[in-house]
Design a protein around this ligand. Sequence first.
Ligand code: FAD
Ligand code: FES
Length: 251
Amino acid sequence: MKTVESARVISNTNISADIYDMLLQSPQIASEAKPGQFVEVYTGSSEYLLARPISICEINGDTLRLVYRRAGKGTEIFTHFKSGDKVRLLGPCGNGYTLKKDKTALLVGGGIGIPPLLETAKQLGGGTVVLASRSKDLIILKDDFEGVGAKVYIATDDGSEGFKGNAVELLRSMGLSADVIYACGPKIMLKFLNQYALESGTECQVSMEERMACGVGACVGCVIKIKNGEDWEHKKVCKDGPVFDGREVVW
Ligand SMILES: Cc1cc2nc3c(=O)[nH]c(=O)nc-3n(C[C@H](O)[C@H](O)[C@H](O)COP(=O)(O)OP(=O)(O)OC[C@H]3O[C@@H](n4cnc5c(N)ncnc54)[C@H](O)[C@@H]3O)c2cc1C
Ligand code: FES
């Protein structure tokens, strides 16, 4: 069940360009969280009342790990959180991935969509992981994925590390496949990845990122179109997602 918890910051480290790695002691939320779920992080500022959705990157005992990019004012405030500070969290939010532990797994993360796949890989016991980004300095958590037993492939748009091209081009060029694909990243990547999965009839679970307001299903700030027979209906990313079956999304 979703709870509001006053979490204690353990550390908040700048790991690359505008990317930060924050550990928070949050026993209640950590005890219920699943891979692919997210927390709503409050800024603590009366000027920025809306919480910001950040994926759960890792769960270790009573501790949550969040890896976030400084994007605007809200996440800029997060960069000033320091050890010992109290931060209000709401979570765990959303549905998360449905882990198929008896099937082979391919995890595909693009840019700041990489973090939620770490706990996913950990609980799946590894798998094949593709990390894709514009350039080398935006490839994050490679060692962490290897540490949980994953075989990691890198794709960068500018070729500064690994394969030169996008994640789907890498998959095609290497002929990588698995029984189930778990993915998070830019919508355009997810769309082409879903197309790739459809070609071989592979299940593809995609985590969609939409702009959110309430984050708890009370407004319609985050709706996307989901197929419903011959028709479609609106579903809320914050409540019905963020993870959807790629075959059901109206891309
Ligand atoms: C389910 C989910 C999981 C996410 N996980 C992560 C993560 O693990 N790491 C990370 O760095 N970022 C993540 N994001 C994106 C992150 O929420 C935004 O970058 C952040 O809210 C921007 O807030 P800001 O105040 O810094 O920027 P501003 O642009 O000033 O934000 C203004 C408003 O827009 C919303 N907003 C802006 N960009 C986004 C976006 N891309 N998605 C959703 N809402 C947005 C904010 O919530 C806020 O209400 C996630 C988004 C979603 C929906
Ligand atoms: S953000 Fe309000 S319903 Fe999803």
